[in-house]
Design a protein around this ligand. Structure first.
Ligand code: NAD
Ligand code: TDX
Length: 353
């Protein structure tokens, strides 16, 4: 698959971007160019096996800076762009939305402009094959009540600066297809988890704090529901959309795996009790309810019927198997996250409690 083609993966040093690159390197013959600005969330240690490989190149580059981007399009002549570069943490977007507008909105716009310029210069055959896949989130749809799921037709109703910036970028991508005919596709995925997840996000945060016997801060009443997908299953879905998706379409990605935050944290505690005993009583005793996130969406649930039907995608992991793998990975790879903690990163006001 993907023999003799070059793919730009933006944000390839991040959590999902690195999973996509690990998958493309292992299971396809594609040449990969990782374009990443290397923000606090980036980590080139998440790409073992890629660095130094003849089919892999890394370029430190901001997607909001057109001159450098243009030079990269000219240098590598890519056949596809997978856009995963973004500011991704909701709490951080509440403290400081500017960077989210800059990268997620202006950055996507700049990348679209440079992709369009490149696409217009291709031969007709290569132009027909070119794809721009924009990776987005279910958070653009807003919050669900007790019933219902997000479909591809659900109206956008973002509630956080993060989700509003992602919604904005999705609209730009759609418009570049409708107006300029750039062959774009958009995916909207539910919450990912798995190895190499940055420590500020719920699941790694709880594992790392649990291992240190520190309080596990659950926002509000812990009844908020997220729909969880193992990151490698997301990478498989994105590759499938890139290869077989229909231009101009959007695809929802999720594993029909809704859990309340409290249930997720309780399950992590049980796994830690098994894998890493050593505290008096259960890790559950560390759970502590803290002030809620402002504008905290209550429930997300993705209907993945379209990608299942049209592209035959199915997740490989269940939540039980994926979470067990994840807790084990964090136990076995302490230097990966300890280096991040040692470097230090700005905590959010909500995270600090
Ligand atoms: P992440 O924060 O782990 O990684 C983002 C990467 O993008 C980092 O390596 C960072 O250095 C890079 N980056 C940021 N700004 C950049 C810029 N201006 N130019 C170039 N690179 C830049 O994020 P993630 O969790 O891997 O998310 C990747 C994408 O998937 C995002 O678009 C996010 O909205 C989307 N998404 C994430 C989830 C999830 O659960 N994590 C779910 C659905 C969709
Ligand atoms: O310490 C915590 N305590 C807590 O209760 C943290 C960090 C989070 N939470 C709650 C807030 C959410 O309801 O857990 C849930 C998950 O929180 P995050 O890990 O911050 O993820 P979320 O806000 O759901 O967004 C994630 O999924 C969708 C990604 O960060 C986004 O990039 C993606 O679009």
């Amino acid at each position: 698959r993907f023999e003799d083609i070059t793919i730009f993966v933006t944000g390839g040093a991040g959590f999902i971007g690195s999973a996509v690159i690990r998958h493309l390197m292992a299971d396809t013959g594609a040449r990969i160019v990782n374009i990443d600005k290397l923000t606090y969330a980036a980590n080139l240690d998440s790409l073992p096996g890629a660095v130094g490989h003849p089919r892999y190149a890394f370029e430190k580059q901001c997607i909001g800076e057109s001159t450098g981007l243009r030079a990269l399009f000219e240098k590598y002549q890519p056949d596809a762009v997978m856009n995963l570069a973004a500011e991704s943490h909701v709490d951080r977007s509440i403290d400081g939305p500017a960077e989210f507008i800059q990268t997620n909105v202006i950055g996507t716009f700049t990348l679209l402009q440079e992709a369009l310029r490149h696409w217009r210069g291709l031969t007709p055959a290569r132009r027909a094959r070119f794809r721009f896949l924009h990776v987005s989130t279910d958070e653009v749809f807003g919050s669900l009540g007790a019933n219902g799921m997000f479909s591809e037709d659900t109206a956008y109703a973002p509630n956080s600066p993060y989700s509003a910036s992602k919604a904005s970028s999705d609209h730009l991508v759609r418009a570049w297809r409708e107006t300029y005919e750039l062959p774009t596709m958009v995916t909207n995925c539910s919450n990912n988890y798995g190895p190499y997840h940055f420590p500020e996000k719920l699941i790694p945060h709880m594992i790392i704090r649990g291992l240190a016997n520190e309080p596990l801060p659950v926002y509000g009443d812990g009844g908020n529901i997220r729909d969880w997908l193992y990151v490698a299953d997301h990478a498989l879905a994105l590759t499938l959309v890139l290869e077989h998706g229909t231009v101009g379409e959007t695809y929802n990605i999720g594993a029909r795996c809704e859990r309340s935050n409290l249930d997720v944290v309780a399950q992590i505690c049980e796994l830690l009790d098994e894998i890493s005993p050593g505290i008096t009583g259960s890790h559950r005793g560390l759970i502590s309810f803290v002030t809620d996130r402002p504008g905290h969406d209550r429930r997300y649930a993705i209907d993945p019927g379209k990608i299942e039907r049209e592209l035959g995608w199915r997740p490989r992991e269940t939540f039980d198997s994926g979470l067990t793998k994840t807790v084990r990975w964090f136990c076995d790879n302490r230097t990966w996250w300890q280096d991040i903690l040692d470097r230090g990163y700005q905590q959010t006001r909500i995270g600090l409690g």
